[in-house]
Write a protein that binds this ligand. Structure first.
Ligand code: RBF
Length: 157
């Protein structure tokens, strides 16, 4: 797992048992996003988050992630949001528009909500590259997104 986040016990430095998380999962390329979701969910649990405190919401595609992230971040009881998606380059410029919009949209929700919103979105040229990052030889970027939001909660004033 990336990031030097865990204490020696393997749990977070803060008490996560009362923290609530939303994981938003895009249905496009669902073989990949399903694996990223598993990584994110299991990552949160291994850090000390309670299963009952993790909400999952599906959206059609990655383009829909920022709005759903805003809806979740606007909820008082949600502490952090993880966005999961996979955009694979096709034959048209759609890839660039979607990636740009999603990255900017998720950043906007971070800043407007003041809550951590992770960019767990693969932007890859091939399905092979996606598989390598969704539990393959390059790890699981969903799990890294879980580590990221917890790390941000740890430093939140
Ligand atoms: N959504 C993804 O999450 N990953 C993709 O690779 C992806 N490719 C798309 C390619 C085209 C040509 C179009 C029209 C949409 C694609 N979408 C993809 C869906 C997009 O995120 C969104 O759901 C739709 O554009 C509807 O707003």
């Amino acid at each position: 797992m990336a990031g030097v986040l865990k204490s020696s016990t393997g749990k977070s430095k803060i008490n996560l048992s009362n923290k609530k998380f939303a994981i938003i999962v895009a249905e496009w390329n669902e073989e990949i996003t399903g694996a990223l979701y598993e990584g994110a969910f299991n990552g949160l649990i291994s850090l000390g988050v309670k299963k009952i405190n993790v909400i999952k919401k599906n959206v059609p595609g990655s383009f829909e992630l920022p709005l759903a992230a805003k809806w979740m971040a606007d909820k008082k009881d949600i502490d952090a949001v993880i966005c999961i998606g996979c955009v694979i380059q096709g034959d048209t410029p759609h890839f660039d528009y979607i990636c740009q919009a999603v990255a900017q949209g998720i950043m906007d929700v971070n800043l407007s909500s003041g809550k951590p919103v992770a960019f767990g979105v693969l932007t890859v040229l091939t399905k092979k590259q996606a598989l390598e990052r969704a539990g393959g030889k390059l790890g699981n970027k969903g799990e890294e997104a879980a580590v990221t939001v917890v790390k941000m909660l740890e430093i939140k004033p």
